[in-house]
Design a protein around this ligand. Structure first.
Ligand code: TSJ
Length: 639
């Protein structure tokens, strides 16, 4: 029972927290891995707010041994006075939904609290316990909540201090989240990102479970960010940084061109990623289009008869980070997930700031600028060639398409029901043979892949269409690729990558996932891309046959059955058709790993590293590949 009196207001409050516990998804999106980490982001964002407004130079995040999360800042502390209702303000902040905003200063910058943030009370509602300790006005204060905020402790004055700052520790509720397991890499990337976005702020991550400590602090964060993203890339320009703006909107931008075809524009508003861009990104793009076209014309690289360079050609190989600080009164967000900036003023400010500095930079660096423009003209020509190739294909006869499919030795599924059909991409002809024999031919199609899959991180669209394996894959799925990919046209509900559980198999997985990530991203986002999980061992005892998918399972079988005969599968080809069906393909018994990507920058970087130029870095990553994918990118699901 709460220690405070049960008045009408506290009943209201408990109802609010109860609503959060009843429907957590409404407040944090989901109760899986993402939802759990959302709690950490929420608390971190509050500490970041304080730093963003200039209070405190260090934020420390700790993953404690028992999965308690601790976030500490060196800000002003939290106000310890009483709210007009008579209860401590801190209590209101942690028990009343959406109370946070009311207690922040009106004119300052705001991070997630003002965006899609849900408030500290939601974290409290979803925690077994939460404890806040704050040094404010010369004293240390502490308050503790239990059981989703339903048991409220007293605000206790612990003693005097000369410091200021706030520390929040909480244990997420396993009744809500099931297993409480934080991902070190996910949290580390977020902590690092925070440091990139706030010059001079020291971000520390301590992982007590793994005994790891990381510190990130940058004087020129955006430049360091680009350097980090381009670790293994061949640069075509220096890293350029641009800053400007007015009292209400501050613009920081950094960019660099590298030797690839991808465009990567990462945008932030008040330190929160705007995944869907918005007016600031529109302004940035418009500045690049204008500045490069002006430069190309003024310097005779585009003649009068030539048409302007297209924005998409100008942005090939460009990585840019644009980070805005906007005062609360001008903040506007759009879209379902509120990931898109709507503030109209942001467009012109970014456009003006970037245009001016970019034009100046181009004039000052003519050699680089000329080389970039020549590359853009080549990009335009390549795009034209790819468009022609696509048109030929689209206008081609059925016979041409049929030949393409046959050349890939696709074993089609008989059903026409795209909602139930599955496409297995199988490594090698021999495994392909077993898969064709073992499958359910009504719903399962098999496409064997021979040899190496093309590395699409470096390839142009025209090269992809020329590549037999990938063009067959594109026609088989039947929904186009690249910008024109239309997931609703997919001939299959699941596309399942089935490779051997060895390094070669992992490499083929990476190459295929790179292709899906870069050219059929909506297929991944729709949850239609999977990796099959074949067993590593077959154990037999008399007539009984058992399969183990990892060493732990094998050990379990040994414990349970004593002496068993064990066969280690080196590849899918060693399994006969029945075994392959039973263990890996039968929807009733198989385990599939659904591929999902965090909308993070780190994902992009991983693909860059995996598929980029520097073979030595790549090899290291590939050797780690299985752990990397299981922890960071794949979520296990049955069925
Ligand atoms: F999320 C949270 F509430 F639990 C939380 C808040 C967690 C952490 C780690 C830090 C914080 C936090 C809040 N750090 N610093 C503050 N600052 C204030 O709440 C504050 C202090 C002074 C004034 C003022 O106008 O004097 C205003 C505010 C919002």
């Amino acid at each position: 029972m709460p220690e405070n009196k049960y008045n009408e207001q506290s009943i209201q409050i408990l109802k609010g927290l109860d609503a959060v516990r009843k429907r957590p998804g409404m407040y944090i999106g989901s109760t899986d891995y993402h939802g759990l980490h959302h709690l950490v982001w929420e608390i971190m964002d509050n500490a970041m707010d304080e730093a963003l407004n200039g209070y405190g130079k260090c934020i420390r995040v700790t993953i404690e041994k028992n999965n308690v999360i601790c976030v500490e800042d060196e800000g002003r502390g939290m106000p310890t006075g009483r709210h007009e209702s008579g209860v401590p303000t801190i209590q209101v902040i942690f028990t009343e939904l959406h109370a946070g905003a009311k207690f922040s200063s009106e004119t300052g910058y705001k991070t997630a609290g003002g965006l899609h943030g849900v408030g500290a009370s939601v974290v409290n509602a979803l925690s077994e316990w939460l404890e806040v300790t704050t040094c404010y006005n010369g004293f240390i204060w502490q308050m503790r909540f239990e059981n989703g905020g339903s048991k409220i402790g007293k605000l206790i004055k612990l003693g005097p201090t000369t410091k200021t700052g706030t520390k929040v520790r909480f244990l997420a509720d396993k009744k809500i989240f099931g297993r409480i397991e934080y991902n070190h890499t996910t949290i580390k990337e977020r902590v690092r990102e925070a440091a990139f976005l706030t010059n001079g702020l020291k971000m520390v991550l301590i992982d007590e479970k793994q005994g790891l400590k990381d510190e990130f602090c940058y004087d020129n964060g955006l430049m360091a960010y680009i350097k980090y993203l381009h670790e293994d890339k061949e640069p075509l320009s220096d890293i350029v940084t641009i800053s400007g703006g007015n009292k209400k909107i501050n613009v920081d931008c950094a960019f660099q061109y590298v030797d690839t075809v991808q465009e990567n524009v990462y945008s932030f508003v008040n330190h929160v990623r705007t995944t869907d861009g918005g007016t600031h990104v529109v302004g940035l793009r418009s500045a690049f289009t204008k500045a490069f076209n002006d430069y190309a014309r003024n310097n005779g690289l585009l003649k009068e008869k030539d048409s302007n360079l297209d924005g998409s050609d100008i942005r090939e190989g460009l990585t840019a980070v644009v980070s805005l600080a906007i005062t609360e009164d001008l903040l506007e967000f759009e879209g379902q997930t509120k990931g898109k900036l709507g503030t109209p003023e942001a467009r012109n400010i970014v456009d003006n700031v970037v245009s001016e500095k970019l034009s100046f930079w181009l004039q000052e660096n003519k050699e680089t600028a000329d080389a970039l423009v020549r590359k853009m003209i080549r990009a335009y020509q390549a795009r034209e060639a790819a468009r022609k190739a696509r048109e030929e294909v689209r206008n081609g006869t059925k016979k041409v398409k049929q030949e393409r499919l046959l050349s890939g030795k696709l074993a089609v599924a008989n059903s026409k029901d795209a909602k139930r059909k599955e496409l297995f991409l199988v490594e090698g002809d021999s495994a392909g043979g077993s898969a064709k024999q073992g499958r359910d031919s009504k719903y399962q199609a098999i496409l064997p892949l021979r040899g190496k899959v093309l590395n699409t991180e470096k390839a142009s669209k025209a090269e992809i269409l020329k590549n037999e394996e990938l063009s067959t894959l594109i026609y088989t799925i039947g929904a186009g690729f690249g910008d024109e990919f239309a997931v609703e046209d997919s001939n299959y509900d699941k596309v399942i990558i089935m490779t051997d559980a060895d390094t070669d198999g992992a490499h083929i997985q990476v190459l295929l996932l790179t292709f899906f990530f870069r050219y059929m991203r909506p297929l991944i986002d729709a949850g239609k891309v999977y990796v099959a999980l074949p067993p590593l061992y077959m154990a037999t005892k008399g007539k009984e046959v058992m399969y183990a998918y990892n060493d732990d399972e094998l050990e379990d079988i040994r414990q349970k059955y004593g002496k068993v005969e064990i066969q280690r599968y080196k590849g899918l080809g060693e399994m006969n058709a029945d075994q392959l069906w039973d263990t890996t393909m039968n929807p009733e018994t198989r385990t599939l790993i659904q591929v999902s990507v965090d909308d993070g920058i780190s994902t992009d970087r991983k693909f860059n590293i995996l598929m980029g130029d520097k073979a030595d870095i790549r090899r290291e990553w590939i050797e780690d590949f299985v752990t990397f994918t299981l922890e960071d990118k794949y979520q296990l699901q049955e069925g």
